[in-house]
Design a protein around this ligand. Structure first.
Ligand code: MSP
Length: 658
């Protein structure tokens, strides 16, 4: 027997740094839908996902919790795997970049590239965003902060995250050497990057301006894979992470049979912000290793909220668990695959979600099943007869719709256009609902037209069977329940029977059909989702949670010098929404400038002139937005209201708190 065709699909590997949102779930569900679809089409499919566990971001998170990075990621991975299980993600392998097999593979790759001269030692100076785990030159920064002498002292990455200056010895990858070959590859493989607009972005923004050599090691990070021949360096987290797509298949190990079988990948599915890593650095690494390139890198859009990107601190993040627990896994899978046209961004709103649950799932699909099974019970004692050969015009039209939808569905699913594929399925669902209105089975029953009635019931049951098969890659539980209610056994290879009339029937439906998607009350549910979002917003840690209610000794307190200062002047800092700049008199000629982030609480700051305030005066001076701050004003905070710690005139300027 000839070998089955293979299909290898990957998700990005996630940073195990925080809770996964429905945005992260989107990527993995989309890959799962494709994997399930391809399996059903007879492909020998390998679906890979996993976690990207090294780097500064993880190191810092672990440190904050006072635990070792390995312990931290071990804990996180358990929660990630649990989530994927509850979303019915059918991955074949979950790779962790701390797996020994991966570590060895990366070391081998690095040493080979070093040996052949594609990697060389130099010195790196530039800006690093820990959140993005990405390097930037000064000109690439979205914002720069300068001191009074014009030196850049900080800034923000295009993502809005802070950057820090990095200056250290580093190994570099000769990206520039491969730029022409990469460009040529794009030309010869126009579907390498999809959607096509993303290819233009890569060419215009990165390849045409000239590729710079990439810093591929760090000496100031310890949580990473050491370079075997120079172990004070660890491999840059992106080089480490990208390699997962081949080390997961055993590349570089003793057993590379999976690699031989599945590489090159058919699809790397990634979010649009990481397309660059997958279409520039990764292909160049592969070229240098002499390996074939993945067939497609597909950059999908983001699940956005009305007020932009989902973020925990904004309190607009939606977590999959809160949706799954209340509406079931299929409602979430369905919504995400339907609401975001592939490649584009889409906005999640609780209103839209609830509407889709009620209209698409409860009304259109749920009612069709419930009405059909109930009628078959009522009119035919539960028995479904085989689909009739001769059909009237309504029946013919229904069958024609089925055929067209099946054909379109395959075309759409093959290119990951899940939204359109779902729209096609719903055309068929609506056609079947209309068929009930057209054929009026209750009248046929009244008039005793049993043969006609049986034909209608079989057509409806057969339509539902086809619908169950079509939605199976997208929704995992619903088709099984539909089959159960229709009195059929669910087999995963049923897609072979994706043809109207392919089922023999002569079986009985269940006697007590329950609605598969109960209708929900919109206001209540919208409130539920909004409350869940608000609940997930991190509360400001109280002092006791931060361990600050620990007892301290008097000598601890004596270390802090708190003095009374009089406000001489106050004005906002240009370019900052937060900062006010104070000049204060601390007596005996000690005049100081102190910056404080309280601008929003004092819109009429001049009212503070002449007031006396408490300030810490032995803090190390620091620059904020280029302005020196020589201390800290004390203030109190309750319920989000911030008030300066003002004191009465009976306190002398310069007097020290004790
Ligand atoms: N670790 C890297 C990937 C390395 S792959 C060799 C990384 N991890 S991540 O955890 O930050 O992101 C993983 C994926 O989640 C990305 O594809 C990203 O686009 C996706 N998403 C995160 N939030 C998202 C939305 N709100 N919407 C859609 N996808 C989003 O990057």
């Amino acid at each position: 027997m000839a070998d089955k065709k293979t299909f290898y699909i990957t998700t990005p590997i996630y940073y195990p740094s925080g809770r996964l949102t429905i945005g992260n779930a989107y990527t993995t569900i989309a890959a799962d839908v494709m994997a399930r679809y391809k399996r059903s089409q007879g492909y020998d499919t390998f679906f890979l996902t996993g976690t990207d566990e090294h780097g500064l971001k993880i190191e810092q998170k672990a440190e904050k919790q006072g635990i070792k990075p390995q312990e931290f990621v071990d804990k996180m991975v358990v929660t990630y795997k649990k989530l994927w299980k509850s979303l019915d993600i059918s991955y074949d392998k979950f790779i962790r970049t701390t797996d020994q097999e991966h570590v060895k593979g990366v070391q081998k790759i690095f040493e080979q590239l070093l040996k052949q001269g594609d990697i060389y030692l130099g010195e790196y100076t530039g800006w690093y965003s820990v959140e993005d785990e990405e390097y930037f030159t000064e000109s690439q920064l979205a914002e720069v902060y300068k001191d009074d002498d014009g030196n850049v002292i900080g800034g923000k990455a295009p993502s809005g995250h802070d950057v820090q200056l990095v200056k250290e010895p580093s190994y570099f990858f000769k990206m520039s050497k491969y730029a022409d070959r990469l460009y040529q590859y794009y030309q010869e493989h126009p579907d390498f990057i999809l959607p096509h607009t993303r290819e233009k972005e890569m060419v215009n923004n990165f390849i045409k301006p000239g590729l710079e050599d990439l810093s591929v090691t760090r000496t100031t990070v310890s949580w990473g894979i050491p370079v075997p021949s120079d172990p004070k360096h660890v491999v840059y987290v992106w080089i480490d992470a990208l390699s997962n797509y081949i080390t997961a298949l055993g590349y570089g190990s003793d057993d590379d049979s999976l690699f031989k079988k599945y590489w090159p990948a058919d699809i790397h599915l990634v979010g649009k912000e990481i397309v660059r890593f997958h279409t520039i650095y990764w292909p160049i690494m592969l070229m240098a290793l002499g390996l074939p390139l993945p067939k497609h890198v597909i950059g999908h859009g983001w699940v956005l909220m009305k007020d932009g990107k989902m973020s925990k601190s904004k309190g607009n993040a939606v977590y999959p668990e809160s949706i799954i627990n209340r509406y079931g896994v299929d409602a979430l899978r369905y919504y995400l695959m339907r609401a975001l046209p592939f490649g584009s961004d889409g906005v999640f709103t609780p209103e839209d979600f609830v509407e889709r649950v009620n209209y698409d799932l409860a009304n259109d699909l749920g009612n069709l099943l419930n009405r059909t099974v109930s009628m078959i019970n009522q009119y035919q004692d539960g028995l479904v007869k085989p689909v009739a050969q001769d059909q009237d015009d309504f029946g013919k039209d229904l069958m024609q719709t089925a055929q067209t939808v099946i054909a379109n569905y395959k075309k759409e699913m093959d290119i990951l256009h899940f939204t359109q594929a779902i729209e096609d399925i719903w055309k068929f669902i609506n056609r079947a609902n209309k068929y009930i209105d057209e054929t009026t089975p209750w009248i046929l029953n009244k008039e005793g037209k049993t043969a006609e009635l049986a034909r209608v019931m079989s057509n409806l049951a057969e339509s539902l069977r086809i619908i169950a098969l079509l939605i199976a890659p997208i929704m995992t539980r619903t088709p099984v329940e539909m089959y159960r209610q229709l009195g059929l056994d669910w087999h995963n290879d049923e897609l072979k029977q994706l043809e109207f009339g392919a089922c023999a029937w002569n079986t009985k439906v269940v006697a007590d059909p329950k609605p598969i998607f109960p209708r929900v009350k919109p206001e209540e549910e919208i409130k539920y989702i909004k409350d869940e979002m608000a609940r997930a917003k991190p509360k400001k840690q109280s002092r006791s949670e931060q361990g600050e209610d620990k007892e301290i000794s008097i000598s601890d307190f004596d270390k802090v010098k708190i003095q009374i200062g009089k406000i001489l002047s106050v004005e906002p800092v240009q370019g900052s929404k937060k900062l006010l700049q104070f000049q204060l008199d601390f007596g005996n000629g000690d005049e100081r400038q102190i910056l404080s982030g309280i601008r929003q609480y004092y819109p009429n700051a001049s009212e503070l002139l002449g007031r006396k305030v408490l300030a810490v005066t032995n803090l190390k001076p620091r620059k904020m937005l280029g302005h020196l701050s020589q201390g800290m004003l004390l203030s109190s905070e309750k319920h989000g209201e911030v008030k300066l710690a003002l004191v009465g005139d009976e306190h002398e300027i310069g007097a020290q708190l004790s």
